[in-house]
Design a protein around this ligand. Structure first.
Ligand code: GAP
Length: 501
């Protein structure tokens, strides 16, 4: 009988599992790593491909109104002037002059320590699940250490973008615990710069794209003229994006190089954009559930009007319960006609759409579902991780959707010293290999082999035993229930076809 166990420190557990089983590695580890970059190992790369393939099949192949694109990573630099990224794609940055550390001002919180109505000092902490509690504890410690008598008020926290000029020198740096070393917040552009061509001067500056979206906007006219598309229609793109994040953190949640999956869905300006927006939020949620993320772990967050990105008329984030708290998994923005209008004005090329039915010309509006493969990977792993006790032993398994699992079937001969068993297992393996990512394992006790597959989320283990030689059947063990049933190869293939879609 299996008994579910609570996992302590899930994030650490996932990072360790990913390293140990060849899913994700810190990039450049042999040179002490490079912060904010991750490499995907043999199993990780399969999972990523499965996520991208599932997304592409569901949103491009299985729809009549969305086409694909693969644009370059480096665009003409004017693209980023037109899109507003050169001026607006910034994060507020605070330096600590003593430790040389840098913090995102909107993630660095502080509070005055107020005793009997008077401010006697300040405390600070980086944003976390329990920032307020941390600051309250820090305020109590401050009071005790300074030996100040009186009633301490509950802390009222603000972030560094809200600190006044007078307050900044009084706020302690989270790096040193001492005040006086933090600088006022300044804007830091997150685009990575490079140079195109042999000369490294201002004229040769170019940028690695921070989103795939602009590649779509600058190709919108090409697709309109050649793609026989009619409104409403979408253009989908999957590709690498780069952001020089001040504080890359939480493993692959916020990295400096990630892979975007974005759709720009163009609609008429007369269309009810709120309805299309809602529809995309619902479809995106349904899709996340279809790849194995439980609906109960998802929620929504509507960006307040005053905090919207420079291009947005309205943004709703699909939030996920990550091990470090509820955070954005996917953004769905209503970008209006901002981008196409900007590119029309900057390039002088018309971005208008001619509507045959009404004989009118206009610039379409756009709804944009945007997510990264990397953040989905982390959500999928978080949702899938399970620990349970089975007959006194700990069993770890990843309850991955068969669509996403890196290995679909492990083929195991019961023993490796019986040539007829090995031969039958090898035949089954090579038949399966033609259609799916499968794995052959003959080393060690069969129970151990099952556990190794459980840990990487292999949905089925097919074990060829003595009965297989006579009956032509083998046992199929289900990862989640651990139950085994006998099947013929034809029955098994039919089941796989249905479940791995
Ligand atoms: N084109 C719109 C856009 O890029 P965004 O809110 O900056 O909007 C959209 O990003 C999505 O891209 C996020 O919801 C997240 O899934 C992913 N994303 C953004 N920055 C990321 C990072 N540094 N690392 C991993 N994924 C990131």
């Amino acid at each position: 009988m299996a008994k579910a166990k609570k996992t302590e420190n899930l994030m650490e557990t996932l990072v360790t599992l990913c390293k140990r089983r060849g899913i994700i590695f810190q990039s450049s580890e042999i040179y002490s790593g490079i912060n904010g970059f991750y490499d995907y190992g043999p199993l990780g790369v399969e999972m990523r491909r499965n996520i991208k393939d599932a997304w592409w099949r569901d949103f491009v192949h299985r729809r009549d109104d969305i086409v694909g694109l693969d644009s370059t990573i480096i665009h003409h630099p004017t693209t980023w002037k037109a899109s507003g990224h050169i001026d607006n794609f910034t994060d507020p940055l605070v330096d600590c002059k003593t430790s040389k550390q840098r913090f995102r001002a909107d993630q660095l919180f502080f509070a005055p320590v107020v005793i009997d109505g008077a401010t006697v000092g300040y405390v600070s902490a980086m944003e976390s699940e329990s920032t307020e509690q941390e600051l309250q504890t820090a305020a109590e410690t401050f009071k005790r250490k300074k030996g100040i008598q009186g009633t301490l008020e509950a802390v009222a926290l603000r972030d560094m973008t809200e600190a006044t000029e007078e307050e900044i020198p009084l706020i302690p740096s989270p790096a040193t615990g001492e005040p006086g070393s933090l600088t006022p917040p300044r804007s830091f552009n997150m685009m990575f710069q490079t140079h195109v061509g042999a000369l490294r001067d201002d004229a040769s500056v170019a940028y690695l794209r921070p989103e795939t979206a602009q590649g779509i906007f600058i190709n919108y006219k090409n697709i309109l003229d050649t793609g026989r598309v009619k409104l409403p229609f979408g253009i989908a793109q999957i590709g690498k994006a780069f952001r020089n994040e001040i504080n890359p953190r939480n493993f692959i949640f916020r990295s400096r190089e990630f892979e975007h999956m974005e759709i720009e869905y163009f609609i008429s300006p007369d269309e009810n954009w709120q309805k299309v927006h809602r529809d995309w939020i619902d479809r995106s949620r349904d899709w996340l559930v279809s790849i194995g993320i439980e609906a109960a772990l998802l929620s929504e967050y509507e960006h307040p009007k005053e905090k919207l990105s420079h291009y947005s008329k309205g943004t709703i984030d699909i939030m996920f319960k990550f091990p470090f708290g509820v955070q954005e998994l996917q953004g769905i923005a209503a970008r209006g006609d901002y981008d196409l209008t900007q590119h029309q004005e900057t390039s002088g090329k018309s971005m208008e759409y001619f509507d045959e039915a009404t004989k009118s010309r206009f610039i379409p509006h756009v709804i944009e579902p945007s997510v990264s493969v990397d953040r989905i990977m982390l959500a999928v792993l978080t949702a899938a991780y399970r620990e349970e006790e089975v007959e006194g032993d700990k069993r770890v398994y990843l309850k991955l959707s068969p669509r996403i699992a890196p290995v679909k079937v492990a083929v195991l001969p019961l023993v490796k010293n019986k040539p007829e068993l090995v031969k039958a297992a090898r035949t089954l393996y090579s038949n399966l290999q033609r259609r799916y990512a499968v794995f052959y394992d003959e080393s060690g006790a069969v129970g151990r082999r099952y556990r190794r597959q459980d840990e990487i989320g292999t949905p089925w283990c097919a074990t060829v035993d003595f009965e297989s030689i006579e009956s032509g059947t083998f046992t199929v063990r289900d990862r989640d229930t651990m139950e085994q049933v006998r099947m013929t190869e034809a029955e098994f293939m039919a089941m796989l076809d249905e479940k791995i879609d």
